[in-house]
Design a protein around this ligand. Structure first.
Ligand SMILES: [Zn+2]
Length: 120
């Protein structure tokens, strides 16, 4: 009855995600993320944004606190891609292309977020 060689189930991955999220939330850790896919999610852009340190502390306490909360609540936030200027929704698990209408429903990074962030 060994399960050591079993790949993690969807439920295991969900549990790991929850555990990770809870730990970050408890410590109000600064959002850093490494995505499995490198380029901007918008078609024909190609801007690399695989690893991001958002450096939210550069934008003052209010912005920092509300965006850190949104990040660990798994809501994430939106910001304009520095390559194509279209909206991207960033979360712990993924980044995705969103329309301006969708972006309007979500917490926003400051317009100049990419000038203080580290984007690799
Ligand atoms: Zn882009």
């Amino acid at each position: 009855m060994s399960t050591k060689s079993m790949p993690p189930t969807v439920r295991d991955v969900d549990r790991m995600h929850d555990l990770y999220r809870q730990g970050g939330q408890d410590r109000q850790m600064a959002p850093h993320v490494v995505y499995s896919d490198a380029p901007c999610p918008h078609a024909r852009c190609g801007q690399r944004m695989q690893a991001i340190d958002f450096r939210l502390e550069a934008h003052g306490r209010n912005i920092h606190d509300s965006l850190v909360r949104a990040w660990w609540d798994d809501i994430g936030f939106v910001g304009r891609c520095p390559g194509c200027n279209r909206w991207v929704h960033f979360t712990i698990a993924a980044k995705r292309a969103v329309s301006a209408e969708e972006a309007a429903q979500l917490p926003h990074l400051p317009d100049d977020w990419h000038t203080s962030a580290i984007i690799l």
